[in-house]
Design a protein around this ligand. Structure first.
Ligand code: PMP
Length: 352
């Protein structure tokens, strides 16, 4: 006998990458930032400790102002939540419940989980053979969600294509949700389209580009109408998703633009150097506009490569499933970590 509701019984939850305990591993499995947040974050959080007795600002006003300022928006165009995962969840509830939602067939695997939780009919649309997004086929009359750059393929879709999706969904009276978790590592982003498409919602995170995965802060940018709908869902669930330490730390991280630019630049350099070295040895790697590499590590199943790397103390991400199982997703760490990963991978693949 089970006490679960029919809803809970139906759920197949998302499984996040491993956070290892004990043995020291080179951790390249969850796309974390190798250098950590701006040094200014700690002082801001120390100061916020004095306010722990009080409930936090439910609207995260100072943080939203900082995000708005850096992105050339008004604060009422910004919404903050407990990691971009939570912001995505609120968006699914606010804009997609009861509807048919179109998404690329290979993308962030949390989307179908939220769809199930919030009564969304999730329609995966096959990618082209080269794993690029089939924009035409996403235009089927309903709302659309996609990650750009996409995960785990690491591929970037240009703004012409994103604008086409924004215009199409706008005409249909639906929302286009663009998950820009990795946009800081890409050549462009959809920010400027917000000025023309009130149906466009962009979701970003402090976890990848700002070195704050442990703090759990994400945000959405969109028209005041869309932001108001997200607030409505939030206030039907949890009025205070962001504690006062998270608000203070994330604000400082957002305002320290120089730190973000410098460390993101370093990560991109390491990434490109590592891709060049793997390609030189004929290891197939996708072009990456993210802080991770998508590597074809075996013609049939790359599980054994992941395990061999783990035995050598290097953690990378493997996805089961009949297409993805040939690939490994490898986060970009420091130069030294990537050199050790590359040496080990080439050795395992017999390509030294
Ligand atoms: N979107 C994408 C595409 C991701 O890969 C991730 C990281 N798992 C997230 C959103 C969620 O990031 P977070 O909740 O840490 O902000």
């Amino acid at each position: 006998m089970s006490y679960e509701s029919a809803l809970a019984a139906r759920l197949v939850p998302y499984v996040p990458g491993e956070q290892p305990k004990g043995r020291k591993l080179i951790k390249l499995n969850t796309n974390e930032h190798p250098y950590g947040p701006s040094p200014r974050v700690k002082q801001a959080m120390d100061e916020a400790m004095a306010r722990l007795r009080l409930y936090p600002d439910a609207e995260a006003t100072a943080l939203r102002e900082a995000i708005a300022q850096v992105n050339g928006l008004r604060p009422e165009q910004v919404f903050c939540g407990n990691g971009s995962d939570e912001v995505l969840a609120f968006a699914f509830a606010a804009f997609f419940s009861g509807k048919k939602l179109y998404a690329p067939s290979i993308t962030y695997s949390f989307y179908p989980v939220y769809a199930d939780l919030f009564g969304v009919m999730y329609e995966p649309v096959p990618l082209h053979d080269d794993f690029t997004v089939d924009v035409e086929s996403l235009c089927q009359g309903g709302p659309v969600v996609l990650a750009n750059p996409n995960a785990p393929t690491s591929l970037f879709l240009d703004m012409q294509a994103i604008e086409k999706l924004a215009a199409y969904t706008k005409e249909k009276g639906e929302v286009l949700l663009v998950d820009e978790a990795y946009a800081a590592f890409a050549p462009d982003n959809a920010r400027r389209l917000l000025d023309r498409y009130e149906n466009l919602l962009i979701v970003r995170t402090f976890s990848k580009s700002h070195g704050l995965a442990g703090l759990r802060v994400g945000y959405a940018m969109g028209s005041p109408e869309l932001i108001a709908s997200l607030r409505k869902v939030r206030d039907s669930f949890n009025s205070y998703p962001l504690d006062c330490l998270a608000q203070a730390g994330a604000r400082e991280a957002m305002l320290d633009v120089a730190w973000t630019e410098e460390t993101v630049g370093k990560i991109c350099q390491t990434r490109d150097r590592c891709i060049a070295r793997l390609r030189q040895k004929n290891v197939p790697v996708f072009d990456s506009a993210t802080n991770f590499l998508f590597v074809k590590a075996d013609a049939t199943d790359a599980k054994h490569v992941q395990e061999a790397l783990r035995e050598r103390g290097i953690l990378v991400r493997y996805f089961s499933g009949n297409v993805l199982c040939r690939y490994l997703r490898i986060s970009v760490g420091t130069d030294e970590e990537m050199d050790r990963m590359t040496d080990a991978l080439l050795d395992i693949l017999g390509k030294t």
